[in-house]
Design a protein around this ligand. Structure first.
Ligand code: FUL
Length: 406
């Protein structure tokens, strides 16, 4: 779960300018434990908090700037949101991730490249050394400076090395990875094909632009040399931050299920943003939707009708044909495929067939599978299904299918 919370929560904006007075930050009932409970009940594993968004206001008392919670009236300047979130994650057995915006509209050093890089690394050091284990570090590529704005050249090799040294198990996210890549849009849809391998030259740094960048982010590369799976970041509301007027625009349970199928169901991780309110709580509407989302997912995936059976594979020239037989005919409308990704990602085109009294009929088709691919279709009743791999980058290794009835 992504949590956008900070100065913008209090100014009702999406991008602050960096000139906001810290006195505006004053959540009346901040309770990260409530965020963590909501997240855990909904099945999330990690909370990623905007420790600093583009406006530069820090949710922890950084020693390197006054523009932080320390200058706010909240907890009389003694508070630390990052610490409270870290403790809540620990208490609820969740991982913790941090978003530290590279673009900083408040910090005067921004644009003075070497000095800002020092500043940024100092802030990162605080976040990565004071709050226990960090699962993910999120580098946002956004920059709204425009052609006449400040120009900051980030020292990415140094930044990456710092994360590796301080939190060797953390994954780093950005357009350009290095570990997890942006999926190329913010509407919650991964593409097909979606290769986890990438050719790193195509997106050389976070925020890189160019005609090929979007394609590279969306699809990855069949022949890529680096394993960099896509992460789909999307908000449960129209904005990333909480706005009173959007309380009526929270995604419905149905829409959240769509998101699940268009992200997790297309070989991507889902990073769903749920922004806390000005009080410092997850709003009841969002909490309700998330509970409904979990209940619906549980219902869909309650029972895998495929049991523990195995595929039988046969090669027909260039094609590999997998066949799966059920002990008795079953009715299902959702099918999950997975490759054994310990051996890499290989499948590049396939069709799924089911046998009925009138013969074999197609119930789905696609390009890549990867870690997970989910298909939904009108209910079929059958005891035999086939997966025809029409092309693959190497001999395919597809795991037993999963069959569900919703
Ligand atoms: C974007 C930012 O500009 C948005 O404010 C938000 O943080 C989103 C996740 O990334 O690049």
């Amino acid at each position: 779960m992504f949590l956008h919370f900070g100065m913008n929560t209090f100014t009702d904006r999406e991008w602050g300018e960096g000139k906001e007075s810290p006195t505006l930050f004053n959540p009346s009932a901040l309770d990260p434990r409530q965020w963590a409970r909501v997240a855990r009940a909904a099945g999330f594993r990690t909370l990623i908090l905007t420790a600093k968004h583009h406006d530069g206001f820090c949710l922890w008392p950084s020693r390197h700037t006054d523009h932080s919670v320390r200058s706010s009236p909240w907890r009389e300047g003694q508070g630390d949101v990052v610490r409270e979130v870290a403790e809540a994650c620990q208490a609820e057995s969740l991982g913790l991730g941090v978003y530290l915006s590279p673009w900083d509209r408040h910090e005067p050093l921004y644009g003075d490249s070497p000095r800002y890089n020092d500043f940024y690394c100092s802030q990162l050091t605080e976040l990565l050394s004071q709050y226990g284990r960090i699962e993910e570090v999120w580098f946002d590529g956004a920059n709204g400076e425009g052609p006449n704005g400040k120009r900051q050249v980030y020292d990415w090799p140094r930044i990456h090395a710092l994360v590796r040294r301080l939190q060797p198990r953390a994954v780093m996210f950005s357009d350009a990875g290095p570990d997890v890549r942006w999926v190329g849009n913010e509407d919650g849809t991964a593409s097909d094909p979606n290769w986890s391998p990438v050719n790193p030259d195509r997106v050389p740094y976070p925020g890189a632009t160019g005609s090929d960048v979007e394609e590279a982010l969306k699809h990855g590369d069949a022949a890529g040399t680096i394993w960099r799976p896509a992460e789909t970041d999307v908000s449960i509301r129209p904005g990333w931050f909480w706005h009173e007027k959007e309380n009526e625009k929270v995604r419905t349970v149905e829409n959240l299920i769509e998101l699940y199928f268009s992200s997790v169901g297309r070989n991507s991780k889902l990073l769903l943003n749920v922004p806390p309110t000005r009080e410092g709580l997850i709003h009841s509407v969002d909490a309700e939707r998330l509970a409904g989302f979990r209940a619906h997912l549980n219902q869909i995936f309650a029972r895998n009708l495929a049991g523990t059976g195995k595929w039988a594979a046969q090669r027909h020239g260039k094609e590999v044909r997998y066949e799966f037989r059920l002990g008795a005919p079953a009715t299902f409308d959702t099918l999950g495929l997975q490759e054994d990704i310990r051996l890499g990602q290989r499948v590049s085109r396939y069709r799924i067939l089911s046998q009925s009294f009138s013969g074999w009929g197609e119930i789905g088709s696609g390009f890549t599978i990867g870690y997970k691919k989910l298909h939904r279709f009108a209910p079929v009743t059958t005891s035999r299904i086939q997966l025809v791999i029409e092309s693959a980058a190497a001999p395919p290794m597809v795991l037993t299918p999963q069959l569900y009835s919703t």
